[in-house]
Design a protein around this ligand. Sequence first.
Ligand SMILES: Cc1cc2nc3c(=O)[nH]c(=O)nc-3n(C[C@H](O)[C@H](O)[C@H](O)COP(=O)(O)OP(=O)(O)OC[C@H]3O[C@@H](n4cnc5c(N)ncnc54)[C@H](O)[C@@H]3O)c2cc1C
Length: 516
Amino acid sequence: MTTAVVWFRKCLRIHDNAVLSWACESDEVDSVLPVFIMNEEIGAEGDNKFGFNRTRFLVESLRDLSDSLERELGLKLMILKGAYLETIDTLIDSLEDDAFLAYEYCSEPEILLLSVEINDLGSSGRTAFRSRAFPASHTLLDIEKTVRSPTYSNPKSMKDMERIFRNQFGTNEIGFYDIKDPLPVPEIGKPMAELKSLHNEIEISYLEDYLLSQYPERMGKDQYFHGGEGEALERLARKVTARPAYVNNFRKPKTYSTNLQEDPREPSTTGLSPYLSTGCLSIRKIWKECEKSYLSGEHSQPPESLHGQMMFREMFYLLSRSVINWDKSTGNENCKEINWDDFDRSKMESWESGMTGYPFIDAMMRQLDETGWMHHLGRHAVSCFLTRGQLWQSWTRGRDVFERKLVDSDWAINNGNWLWLAGVAPFSMPYYRVYNPCPDSKSSLNVETELAEFVRHWVPELKDFPSRYIFEPHLAPLPIQISSGCVIGKDYPLPIVDRKDSRKKNLARFKISLQN
Ligand SMILES: Cc1cc2nc3c(=O)[nH]c(=O)nc-3n(C[C@H](O)[C@H](O)[C@H](O)COP(=O)(O)OP(=O)(O)OC[C@H]3O[C@@H](n4cnc5c(N)ncnc54)[C@H](O)[C@@H]3O)c2cc1C
């Protein structure tokens, strides 16, 4: 008798889940045990990587996964708390049947190392244990196979990605990359494995109680992005499937960084990144939904199209696997070393809490804090401001804040984009193209400036300010500040740096760093 231990990691869903489908359908398997391991660092006190929204989103996704496993397949999700290897070791020992650990391949260095250690569990005299990592569960490409292919070299551009896609997938008769359709929810269930309860097993309600006790005031508030496969599929249907014209005309640089005018919390883009990062939504599923729209007529192309966005995602997954020290500022061949200033607590705190005195930057950072999300061009603006633009702090500091706060926090993508925006990577924009943190209607940051509802919503101190001054309010004459109910320097901060002086100084410093 063999029990398949289906280890859910970054595919918190039952659609297009190769591991689950295999376990439910394979003749090798007699019973199934779905497991999620709450690594010790998740939600730990003072933890650096999991802030409130990220943890909440994960817990909601687990609740949804647990419900759908039970409803659709009669299986119960077991949640175990502890270090990965030890937890797997104990779990395997407590099974009466032979165990087959099946899990999604993950390209992060620590997890790759763990895969080797997991294999060792099988070779250390445990004959009743086998394991298998399923490739291309979280990405379109089989990352391991692609980076090992003889034609592979690190991609720097969309042209490189198109070449890689052609090589790996080929094209079909209508000229689309020949990417497989997503798998349906498995039809055949298997009995749930028999297992005595384990000392480190926890209920989802324990995690929900934990959130309530740690963040009582935040849990009471209306949250914007909710975790779970159900939410993911609903958003996909509403934002993508139902809007072929939107999909076909999608040009990322033209989308508004300030969200929808009627709702400052709703993205002008799909807003699907949190669901892709947690795997509540399969990347293949959204890829194929876009293809359906593309069949209906003319459509935009990479890098601007929706497919283009997903190809950037694949690019960062490849690089994060092939570039050693991907998340480091030294010993990383994709990162020029720049002489950033030492950690400046005051600047970092002003930036993180949205109190820089630059309303556009502050609105973006407050949106991040409250909802866990920010538009791509907003991320451009705040990361440029923190690094080569104004504050001259290392990109790794901003990366850490994003990692903790984003509901779409993703190791490969977050590091890749910070490298890009700090101007230090081969695929970066030229370092001297610095965004103006006080954008006007012509800015490539695509800001709605006429009514400026986005700034009014997120920086309510300025809600009655005239649009003309709202992006640089300290320039408003004092009588206007008084009549708008916000005196700059008293009710809202003065700019923490002079944007023009700091830009000039930093450009010179960047140039010198490059020469060294
Ligand atoms: C400094 C910085 C940090 C970032 N950190 C993350 C992160 O941790 N996690 C994350 O998912 N994205 C990150 N991004 C990329 C991008 O901003 C988000 O993926 C995008 O804003 C998500 O919104 P959306 O789902 O509406 O995107 P859409 O425009 O609707 O795109 C669809 C999907 O394509 C992918 N995608 C889009 N843009 C990019 C990109 N530039 N790089 C890689 N994938 C992309 C995402 O999975 C996204 O959901 C970062 C960008 C910057 C500048």
